[in-house]
Design a binder for this molecule. Structure first.
Ligand SMILES: Nc1ncnc2c1ncn2[C@@H]1O[C@H](COP(=O)(O)OP(=O)(O)O)[C@@H](O)[C@H]1O
Ligand SMILES: [Mg+2]
Length: 283
């Protein structure tokens, strides 16, 4: 049986927050144990989703603590992107509970969902940059969730602090020198780096990437993955990345969740898994 539930879940009722308690490890003296208590950024319980009566998945449950990077793997069509869209409240789930950053996603108002999404950064398979706008304007638009309105449509309209934040994000991805270039003049790898800057500019708590290397050649894909995770770790954000690349999942994820057979039979720490075991089931 592949499935392992590796994290111990507990409720710290006196704090009023649900937490994940890392498995206790004896300290060096052997005299006690340490169990750091981390806030839970995301918790999914018994989630189910179907399209027009066709079940995609059911009984999906997992939690994500602050700063953790989780990889969601699964063959094409198992519902990875659908799961993501449910988490962001972009499509309705059929059953279950979704809590993201304290928002009850399935019962939230439009305003509550927008405020939640403003704390999340998304990098998709395709970069979705506005082709005719400059790189800097595209990154400024990453602030639209927090600052809706015409001033964040382009860098020339944006207030100075927003433009500065966009330049800082571009510096982080090493593309400050291309700030004024039109987005449709970039290579695929550069476009994805701009998409990462756009996802980071609003200081998200959760970064989500849906097969961010799918449209890139393998070398550019490696660069983008390295950069994405370097920045995610540096900024201390919680990461969900979807991949059908088992090696990426094991290399970059702290934990790997696997969708298969209409459910999520795998939830394990990456170091406890081997590529051989996963391949075939989730590749
Ligand atoms: N809006 C939709 N309407 C109907 N079926 C959909 C819709 N979106 C996705 N599907 C179907 O749901 C299944 C899961 O899709 P998806 O989440 O994109 O899978 P993955 O990301 O794992 O490749 C697929 O069979 C897909 O065709
Ligand atoms: Mg997908």
């Amino acid at each position: 049986m592949l499935a392992t539930r590796s994290l111990i879940t507990s409720s710290v009722t006196d704090l009023g927050v649900e937490t994940l308690v890392a498995p206790a490890r004896p300290d060096k003296t052997g005299a006690g144990t340490s169990a750091p208590v981390l806030p839970v950024d995301l918790r999914v319980t018994d989630l189910a989703k179907s399209f027009s009566g066709t079940p995609i998945f059911k009984d999906v449950s997992f939690g994500l603590s602050r700063g953790e990077a989780v990889a969601i793997v699964g063959a094409n069509g198992t519902g990875k992107s659908t799961l993501l869209r449910c988490l962001m409240g972009l499509i309705p789930a059929d059953a279950g509970v979704i809590d993201v950053l304290g928002t009850d996603v399935r019962n939230a108002s439009g305003a509550q969902l927008r405020s939640m999404r403003a704390k999340m950064g998304l990098v998709s398979q395709k970069h979705n940059l506005v082709p005719r706008l400059s790189v800097l304007s595209n990154v400024v638009q990453g602030l639209l969730g927090q600052k809706p309105g015409v001033r964040h449509w382009s860098q020339s309209l944006a207030p100075a602090p927003s433009r500065d934040a966009a330049m800082t994000a571009l510096e982080k991805v090493g593309l400050a020198h291309l700030a004024s270039r039109r987005a449709d003049r970039l290579s695929g790898g550069q476009s994805q780096r701009v998409a990462i800057a756009r996802a980071l500019v609003g200081d998200p708590k959760i970064l989500i990437a849906d097969e961010p290397t799918a449209s890139l050649d393998p070398a550019a894909g490696e660069d983008v993955m390295d950069l994405f995770f370097k920045l995610a770790r540096q900024e201390g954000v919680t990461v969900i990345f979807i991949s059908h690349n088992i090696n990426h999942a094991l290399q970059y994820g702290d934990r790997v969740l696997g969708l298969a057979d209409g459910g999520m039979p795998l939830d394990a720490r990456a170091e406890s898994l081997s590529a051989e075991k996963l391949r075939g089931l989730y590749d």
